[in-house]
Design a binder for this molecule. Structure first.
Ligand SMILES: *Cc1c(COP(=O)(O)O)cnc(C)c1O
Length: 422
C-alpha cells in the first residue's frame, strides 16, 4: 500500500487506509460483511494466530492477516488507518460500536482490582455510571475532582495509591469548565505507578484540542457526535501515540466483541474528511450566537470559552484549544419554567439530547442528561434549574439567532402573564 505519511492530515484522511486495487478499483471502499477470512495457506493461518496471540511480532507497520471479524475486519482497518492523521500525535486507533464501548474497553485494559481511578467531574453520565455502578463494586477505588480545580487534581493524583488511570473530560458538560491536560499529565508522569492519562475528547476533538501532544496516553471519542456528525449512528474510537497501548485495547476488544461493524465503519469513514469543515462552521455559528446572547436580560449566564471571566479558565482555553467549539449553555434567571418555555418555543433548533450533529439541538441537562446526579453533585458542577445546553449545527446562524430571540421573547411574555405585577 502506498505510504501517505508525507502529506498533511487533511489530505491524509482522503488518501490513507484504502487501496482501490483491493476493492476491484472502486473509488470508495467496498463493505466487507464477511465474518471470517480465507487463509492463503495453513502456514499463514498459524502465523496470523501467532501474531494475534502476541507470540510473534508483526513486521513494522504491517497488520497480520485477517482471521475473524470480531477481532478485526477490512472496514475497521481502513477506518482505523484513515482516522489516525486526524488526531495530532496519534499512531494507532481502535474503533468500537459506541463511545461507551471505547471507554469501557479502555477501563478494562488499564484498570485492575484495588487500583484507583482519578477523574474530573462532571463526566458524561454513562461514564459516571460505569465508574460508580460497576468499577467500584468490582473493587476499584475512585477519586473525583471538580473540573477546573487544578490544585485539587494535582493533589488527588499525587496522593492516590495504586493509581492506574486518570480520566479527564474537558471541557466539562454542560458548563464548559476546562481542565489543564498538560499539567495533569506532568503530575501523572511523576507518580511511581505511572498511570495512563485518558482524555475524553468528544467535545473539541479532533479539530480543536490535541491531548496526545500535551502528554496524554489515550484519547477517547464518542464518534456518535462530531466524528460522524449526522446524528444517525453510534460509534467510538480510542487513539494513542504508543502502538502497544492500542494493541492491548484491541486484544480486549476481541474478547468483549464490541468492534464497530463493517457497515458502520464504512459510514464513519465517509464522514471523516468533513469533520474539520463541519466543526469549523459549527464553532463559528456557536460563537456568534453565544456572544449575541451574552448579557440578555432573561439570562444570568452564558457559558462559552470566549466569554470566560475566570483568568485560570481563560489561560487553559488559550493554551490548549484552537477554537471555542460548538457547545454553549445559557442559564435563565427564571429557572426551570423559563428554561422549559424556551425549549417549547424553539422552532428551528430541536429539543433532543446528544450533540455534534449538523442540526442544532437543545436540552435541559438537570432533568435529562444529568438527572442521575445527586443534588450535591449538581450544585458542585453548576448544573442548575435554569440551564439549557445548546449544540450548534451548520444552519445559517442568522436563522438560529432569530429563532432564539423569538423563543426568548415568548419566555418574557409568559413570565408577564404569570406575574402581572412585574
Ligand atoms: C455521548 C458521549 C459519550 C458516550 O458515547 P456513546 O457513543 O453514546 O456511547 C461519552 N462521552 C461523551 C463526552 C459524550 O458526549
Amino acid at each position: 500500500m502506498p505510504d501517505h505519511n508525507d502529506v498533511r492530515p487533511r489530505t491524509a484522511v482522503l488518501t490513507r487506509g484504502f487501496d482501490p486495487s483491493l476493492s476491484v478499483g472502486s473509488a470508495r471502499p467496498a463493505v466487507f460483511r464477511s465474518s471470517t477470512y480465507v487463509f492463503a495457506s495453513p502456514e499463514e493461518a498459524e502465523r496470523a494466530f501467532a501474531i494475534t496471540g502476541g507470540r510473534l511480532q508483526p513486521e513494522d507497520g504491517k497488520r497480520p492477516d485477517l482471521i475473524y471479524s470480531r477481532m478485526s475486519h477490512a472496514n475497521a482497518e481502513i477506518l482505523e488507518d484513515q482516522i489516525v492523521p486526524l488526531e495530532a500525535g496519534a499512531r494507532e486507533a481502535a474503533v468500537f460500536n459506541s463511545g461507551m464501548a471505547a471507554i469501557m474497553t479502555a477501563f478494562f485494559t488499564f484498570g485492575r482490582h484495588r487500583g484507583t481511578i482519578v477523574y474530573t467531574t462532571p463526566l458524561y453520565g454513562g461514564t459516571t455510571g460505569l465508574i460508580r455502578q460497576f468499577l467500584e463494586p468490582f473493587g476499584m477505588e475512585r477519586i473525583a475532582v471538580p473540573a477546573g480545580d487544578s490544585a485539587a487534581l494535582d493533589e488527588a493524583i499525587s496522593s492516590a495509591r495504586n493509581l492506574c488511570m486518570v480520566l479527564l473530560e474537558t471541557p466539562a458538560n454542560p458548563t464548559l469548565t476546562m481542565t489543564d491536560i498538560e499539567r495533569a499529565c506532568e503530575r501523572a508522569a511523576r507518580h511511581p505507578d505511572r498511570p495512563i492519562v485518558m482524555v475524553d475528547n468528544t467535545f473539541l476533538g479532533p479539530a480543536f484540542q490535541h491531548p496526545l501532544q500535551l502528554g496524554a496516553g489515550l484519547v477517547l471519542y464518542s464518534a456518535t457526535k462530531y466524528l460522524s456528525g449526522f446524528s444517525d449512528m453510534l460509534a467510538g474510537v480510542a487513539l494513542a501515540s504508543d502502538p502497544a497501548v492500542i494493541r492491548m485495547i484491541r486484544s480486549r476488544r476481541s474478547m468483549f466483541g464490541n468492534i464497530l461493524q463493517p457497515d458502520e465503519c464504512w459510514m464513519l469513514d465517509s464522514r471523516l474528511p468533513t469533520v474539520s469543515l463541519r466543526m469549523n462552521r459549527q464553532s463559528k455559528n456557536a460563537q456568534r450566537l453565544a456572544e449575541a446572547l451574552h448579557g440578555h436580560k432573561l439570562l444570568s449566564r452564558v457559558m462559552y470559552p470566549t466569554l470566560f471571566e475566570d483568568p485560570e479558565q481563560i489561560r487553559i482555553y488559550r493554551k490548549q484549544c484552537e477554537y471555542p467549539g460548538a457547545i454553549f449553555s445559557i442559564e435563565f434567571k427564571g429557572g426551570k419554567p423559563a428554561a422549559f418555555d424556551f425549549l417549547r418555543n424553539l422552532r428551528t433548533a430541536r429539543n433532543a439530547v446528544s450533540l455534534g450533529g449538523v442540526e442544532t439541538l437543545t436540552c435541559h441537562p438537570k432533568s435529562t442528561t444529568h438527572s442521575g446526579m445527586t443534588p450535591e453533585e449538581l450544585a458542585e458542577s453548576g448544573v442548575t434549574d435554569g440551564l439549557v445546553r445548546v449544540s450548534v449545527g451548520i444552519e445559517d446562524w442568522r436563522d438560529l439567532l432569530a429563532d432564539f430571540e423569538q423563543a426568548l421573547e415568548a419566555v418574557a411574555n409568559a413570565s408577564k402573564v404569570e406575574s402581572p405585577t412585574v
